[in-house]
Design a protein around this ligand. Structure first.
Ligand code: GLA
Length: 382
């Protein structure tokens, strides 16, 4: 990403130079909507993210500028100073969450820009939170460890942006490691780096470039359904705190006590956790046929049981099957965004061509293609 764009704007606005920080977006191979259920996920950071220049300004105000939105905001650091622009609330939220944990922050000037496509399910918001959490932690010597930085980003979403997300996105953005996925147990935050170098395959994202208007926060509703089911199961099995602790047999016992919708959502979440375990075993053996079959099964579950797919993403999934792609599925929270595809090298060009032609013919808009490069997490650049 072009550092000079951020540097030049910062100089133009504030007449000086600050420190430069970068945090990436993420992909997730499998384990979708399992993080807030206390299950496991398998994300990796990518080579696209958010770049921010930051410099303390000796006042009690933050002056922020978003290059991509061409918009500025100024705000204080107390709770009642919350800015109204939603992009600025991410920065404000990070500051507040750090202050709540004892950080002594003061005003600063900042400019930021990103190359994570917005609304593509690649966690541009986690990248933004992580950049500021990481950068401010360093500039103000707050001494938070990386796990605390992850939680600061997640709580920003909960308390300032209205999304009850899990910890996957922020974790991948902070902990990312080149060439490795992260097998993360979201109930304990224990993690392990898993080398990811699928010989003979390319991993590519196809962006459906459509984001559906969301009413009444369907992400939070999915989470609520899972918690309803877990609470019903816990009456018989007190050891079950979240669905990550449950199995399908336990769910069957409460089928008649919960809504049909909650039952469907919980079935998906429990099955997805099992698929993740199976995928990790297959990965260790280099068995991409099994990995791919699980990835397709996840798509089916997300589409039919969890109901977070779209007609555009279902269509991309169908095309992938027709083209002999080993595994393909909707990635991220859903309701738009990308599919992630594990494609045999010899089928790659034909797949991209067919996906382009067929998708454009049906929806009148060309999908975007992003080859995946698993990269490092949050860092200072200068
Ligand atoms: C979004 C959330 C994550 C996770 C995914 C679905 O990206 O931010 O916490 O729940 O959706 O797996």
């Amino acid at each position: 990403m072009e550092q000079s764009i951020v540097r030049n704007k910062f100089k133009e606005l504030y007449g000086t130079e600050g420190a430069l920080f970068f945090s990436p977006g993420r992909v997730n191979l499998i384990g979708e909507h399992t993080d807030y259920n206390g299950g496991c996920v398998l994300p990796g950071a990518i080579d696209k993210g958010m770049l921010a220049e930051i410099k303390p300004n000796g006042t009690d105000k933050v002056r922020a500028f978003s290059i991509d939105l061409n918009d500025s905001a100024e705000f204080g650091l107390n709770e009642e100073d919350a800015p109204s622009a939603s992009w600025a609330r991410y920065i404000f939220g990070v500051c507040r969450e750090m202050i709540k944990r004892g950080a002594k922050l003061e005003g600063f000037d900042t400019v930021f820009s990103g190359d994570v496509p917005l609304g593509a399910g690649l966690s541009s918001s986690a990248a933004l939170e992580s950049t500021y959490a990481f950068g401010l932690n360093e500039l103000y010597n707050c001494g938070f460890d990386k796990k605390e930085l992850v939680l600061i980003g997640q709580k920003t979403e909960h308390n300032y942006c209205g999304v009850n997300c899990g910890i996957m996105d922020q974790f991948a953005s902070i902990f990312g490691k080149e060439g490795h996925l992260i097998r993360l147990d979201c109930s304990t935050m224990n993690y392990e780096y898993v080398p990811f170098n699928p010989q003979g395959y390319k991993v590519v994202l196809i962006d459906s470039v459509t984001k559906h208007e969301l009413v009444d926060s369907p992400y939070n509703k999915r989470r609520q359904s899972c918690e309803n089911a877990a609470a019903a199961i816990a009456k018989n099995h007190p050891e079950v705190k979240l669905l990550g602790d449950a199995d399908l047999k336990m769910l069957e016992e409460v089928k008649d006590l919960i809504s049909a919708e909650d039952y469907m959502r919980a079935t998906y979440a429990i099955e997805e956790n099992a698929r993740l375990e199976n995928t990790c075993d297959a990965l260790a053996k280099g068995d991409y046929a099994t990995v791919g079959a699980n990835v397709y099964a996840t798509h089916k579950g997300m589409s039919e049981l969890y109901e977070v797919s779209t007609i555009e993403l279902d269509y991309l999934n169908e095309i992938a099957k027709e083209c002999g792609v080993t595994g393909s599925r909707i990635m991220g929270g859903g309701f738009g965004g990308c599919t992630i595809n594990i494609v045999p090298e010899d089928k790659y060009d034909q797949f991209i061509k067919t996906a382009n032609e067929k998708f454009t013919a049906k929806f009148g808009v060309s999908p975007k293609v992003y080859p995946v490069k698993i990269s490092d997490g949050a860092r200072r650049l200068a």
